[in-house]
Design a protein around this ligand. Structure first.
Ligand SMILES: [Zn+2]
Length: 388
């Protein structure tokens, strides 16, 4: 991945291959013919849709039944709820819902870092992870509030790599619980939230998502790079713990950094949640090569949220999304992964008003990303009634 890979649509079109320099008419004709084919031959829909597991969703217990129906209608066989809760705060309900939905709505547990500098934190950390395992969670989900929300008693933000937390990550690894971790946020959220900001519309709807300036009087927010470094040190420190780097490994703007981490840390996999619009901006040929190279390390996730207030499809504006938009949201994902459609709308337009080019992945790679990798890493079985 070259450093200049993040190009806009116009540059990309200018740089597209066109058979320049071929002297022989026959050779040129062959090239043009094959380009024409590759441009127009979106693969036929598979005879049966690929089995699919969405490893990154947020579902409230009160809307679990509706969510499972919506997922099924949109081809998702199993969804994993990243808002599964803690013991005493929803975790037992999540377990019951997994049973009552026949394993179609699984869950991660969450953990609380509110008093990570208390004397009894090590015991509490162990207890939280043990509860998580005992109640059947697929893994532990850590929100971006670690690094951007929780504070220690001195008023500083609790860092993703704070050594006091090591015990929690070690315990998760010892119990075979993968850790889905969201650290930082889009790069644009760390730059001034002005009209020039490429996510201005999203930041206008959610001013609290900006991490530019000060987090508290006299205390600047950490930079995007600082948070990414904290996250990388965390992954590096626990080679026996599997990490699922949420949102394209927390670096959809920089696939080459994700690739570097893949090469360095065999314990790292990533999900695609809410970042097709962002990583889809890189040239399709480079993203296709990335997905093929790392086909065993990428899990499909959408970040679909379904709760009392409505839906959130990767992100949302001031108003929540309506369920009627869900088919278009998922279809945009399948079109990106499965076809070579050019200049298509992204699944989540509020993230930015640009288009993306599909990467037309081979069927074997799609099967891994859509379900097989999740089955292996999160120990998930497709429901028995699955027709595939
Ligand atoms: Zn999420």
């Amino acid at each position: 991945m070259g450093t200049g890979m993040r190009t806009g649509q116009n540059e990309r079109r200018l740089a597209s291959p066109n058979g320049q320099g071929l002297g022989l008419l026959t050779a040129a004709a062959t090239v043009l013919f094959s380009i024409a084919c590759s441009r127009t031959s979106a693969p036929a829909a598979p005879a049966l849709p690929y089995p699919k597991i969405d490893v990154h969703t947020h579902v409230s217990a009160s809307h679990a039944a509706q969510a499972v129906n919506l997922f099924r209608e949109n081809g998702i066989d199993v969804a994993v709820n990243a808002s599964g809760g803690l013991l005493g705060q929803g975790l037992a309900t999540s377990r019951d819902l997994a049973a009552s939905t026949g394993g179609r709505l699984l869950y991660y547990c969450n953990v609380d870092f509110a008093e990570a500098d208390a004397a009894d934190w090590p015991q509490r950390a162990i207890q939280m992870v043990d509860d998580c395992k005992r109640l059947g969670a697929r893994g532990v989900k850590i929100f971006k509030a670690l690094g951007l929300g929780y504070r220690t008693s001195d008023g500083n933000l609790l860092a993703v790599d704070d050594p006091r937390l090591d015990i929690l990550f070690e315990r998760a690894g010892a119990l075979g619980l993968p850790v889905l971790i969201h650290s930082g946020d889009p790069v644009a959220f760390f730059t001034p939230p002005t009209r020039e900001n490429e996510r201005f519309e999203e930041l206008q709807a959610h001013p609290g998502w900006s991490f530019f300036g000060e987090s508290a009087p006299g205390r600047p927010w950490p930079s995007w790079d600082e948070l990414f470094a904290q996250y990388e040190r965390r992954v590096a420190r626990h080679p026996h713990t599997t990490f699922i780097g949420a949102h394209f490994g927390n670096a959809a703007e920089y696939p080459q950094r994700v690739a570097q981490m893949f090469a360095r840390y065999p314990n790292l996999v990533i999900d695609t949640a809410a970042r097709v619009p962002e990583f889809g901006r890189h040239p399709a040929s480079e993203m296709r090569a990335f997905f093929i190279r790392w086909q065993d390390r990428i899990l499909f996730g959408s970040d679909t949220g379904i709760d009392e207030e409505g839906l959130s499809l990767g992100s949302h504006g001031r108003e929540r999304d309506r369920a009627e938009r869900l088919p278009a949201f998922f279809a945009a994902h399948w079109r990106y992964f499965e076809t070579d459609t050019r200049r298509m709308a992204t699944p989540t337009p509020i993230q930015g008003r640009w288009t993306i080019d599909g990467i037309h992945l081979p069927a074997a790679v799609l099967r891994k990303i859509y379900a097989q990798n999740a089955m292996r890493i999160l120990h998930i079985q497709l429901p028995a009634t699955n027709p595939h």
